[in-house]
Ligand binder design. Structure first.
Ligand code: FES
Ligand SMILES: [Fe+2]
Length: 492
């Protein structure tokens, strides 16, 4: 059991590992993130449905950078650094990335949005077309012909779409989005997220590192400790697995690991009780205490199970009947489910983490997802978002806005509030001198470990390393052994 200390871990992260706390609490680490990490990775920056008309724009702020994304033609989007090339004024204001408050345009909103056919800077009135080129420079002749297109244009950023989301990458040399998202994109394509629309989107600024907030949703190992009220529906035992840069969890059983993975991302609900009632109760509870991870149609169809099926109907049959009748209900109101085979359902699993900062629960007619970003370069703060997508009959999609909610548990759905209740306590705990380093579950928490392995590749610090296993050492020398392991992890 004595694992080699400081050595690289295996590709599938199957061994017991540890990693240090710098990624969560070090100011130096947080200050290095914009350049080492965020300037190089594809990031989900919004939904295509937010940019319908030519000239529609949104901003996406990450650390101290702000990105302006605009629909420049009916078919295409463009993205630019949101900064005026003249003397550096932020072109479109709003302050959610952190840092100093802006004055005139700071609405305190989640992000800026609107419609403009050209962007005029409020400082000296340089004006830019939707393709980013300077359309008007007051007194341009004063430069005596020294200005060219490149120096006067907005600085471009890569932009692409997948799943109905807009993705940006500040690195113009970075490879294509699709390549970045694979193999996760292929697992998730059958769900056709591009046909879903926002049902709710809530955000807040929390007092913890963005990784602490994201990790609160990466695994189901925490259900027994954090959401004990859900244990009556099954044990939520789940496998976790590396899928390239990304990772996933799926329902599992201790007896037959993975072999019994539920062939659905819609929780079956288990236990000794009558499955008709268990599914009905669980769906009602999900709707009330999460507000996502299911839909109104699924909840209503579940409530009918006891009257539609005889007592003693096997659980798998109840589950199939429930999904089929929900599918029929949706079809009747003009909402068609995509064809997703059992194999495709099982392959997608319970939840997929897309590196670096998004985790999504896929369903045939819904998705519940979380995106978390740093707040400036403050290691102790983050911008947290929870979003529910649904399918709607064409023309009946609701108009939604980002709703701000304090880090006050009463302002969040109960189950999400339970997750939030761990965040600040973890951030505090990581500063304890008595904390010896993380010990993620090697079977159920590989998503968390994979995040840190990936981060270490960008940040050059904090790589997970195998823990030294039990030994006959005295308590004192065992402690120094563990500490040494964590230090090696820090420097690897
Ligand atoms: S800084 Fe924008 S026009 Fe001068
Ligand atoms: Fe949770």
């Amino acid at each position: 059991m004595n694992g080699p200390v400081g050595k690289a871990v295996s590709d599938d992260l199957s061994e017991a590992v540890t990693y240090p706390v710098d990624a969560f609490i070090s100011r130096e680490y947080a200050q290095a993130e914009p350049e080492r990490l965020w300037s190089k990775v594809w990031q989900q920056a919004g939904r295509v449905e937010e940019l319908k008309q030519v000239g529609d724009y949104i901003t996406y702020n990450i650390c101290h950078d702000s990105i302006l994304i605009v629909r420049d033609t009916p078919e295409t989007l463009r993205a630019f650094h949101n900064v005026c090339p003249h003397r550096g004024r932020r072109l479109v204001g709003n302050n959610t990335g952190g840092g100093p408050k802006t004055v005139a345009q700071d609405t305190g909103a989640h992000s800026a949005k609107g419609n403009r056919l050209r962007f005029s800077c409020n400082y000296h009135a340089w004006t830019f077309d939707l393709d980013g080129s300077a359309e008007h420079i007051p007194d341009a002749e004063d430069w005596g012909g020294m200005l060219d297109h490149v120096c006067t244009s907005l600085t471009p950023v890569q932009v692409d779409t997948w799943g109905g989301w807009i993705w940006i990458n500040m690195d113009m040399e970075a490879g294509p989005l699709r390549e970045w998202l694979e193999p996760a994109a292929s697992l998730l394509d059958p769900f056709q997220f591009e046909a879903m629309r926002y049902r709710f989107r809530q955000w807040g600024i929390f007092d913890c590192n963005w990784k602490v907030a994201l990790e609160a949703f990466l695994e189901a190992y925490h259900v027994q400790g954090t959401h004990p009220q859900l244990m009556k529906y099954g044990d939520f035992y789940s496998f976790s697995r590396v899928i390239g840069m990304h990772s996933q969890t799926g329902f599992d059983s201790k007896e037959k690991r993975e072999a019994s993975a539920a062939a659905t991302s819609v929780h079956r609900a288990a236990g000794e009780d009558d499955p008709r009632y268990t599914i009905a109760k669980m769906q009602a509870e999900f709707w009330e205490t999460i507000g996502g991870s299911t839909t109104e149609t699924l909840v209503k169809a579940a409530q009918r199970l006891p009257e539609e099926l005889p007592e003693g109907t096997p659980a798998a049959e109840v589950h199939r009947h429930w999904l089929e009748s929900a599918r029929r209900d949706d079809a009747a109101r003009g909402v068609d489910w995509p064809e997703i085979s059992d194999r495709e359902m099982a392959a997608a699993g319970l939840a997929v983490a897309l590196f670096p900062n998004m985790n999504l629960i896929p369903g045939p007619t819904f998705s519940l997802y979380y995106r978390v970003r740093p707040y400036g370069t403050d290691p102790d703060k983050c911008i947290f978002e929870a979003v529910a997508l649904d399918r709607f009959p064409e023309g009946e999609e609701p108009e939604t806005e980002w709703t701000y909610a304090e880090q006050d548990l009463s302002q969040w759905p109960h189950v999400i509030a339970q997750d939030i209740s761990n965040m600040v306590e973890v951030q505090r705990g990581y500063k304890s001198q008595g904390f010896k380093g993380n010990l993620p579950n090697p079977w159920q928490e590989r998503k968390v470990t994979n995040l840190h392995r990936n981060l270490a590749r960008y940040m050059d610090a904090g790589a997970p390393t195998p823990i030294p296993g039990p030994s006959d050492a005295t308590e004192h020398s065992r402690l120094s052994e563990i500490k040494e392991g964590a230090q090696n992890a820090e420097h690897s």
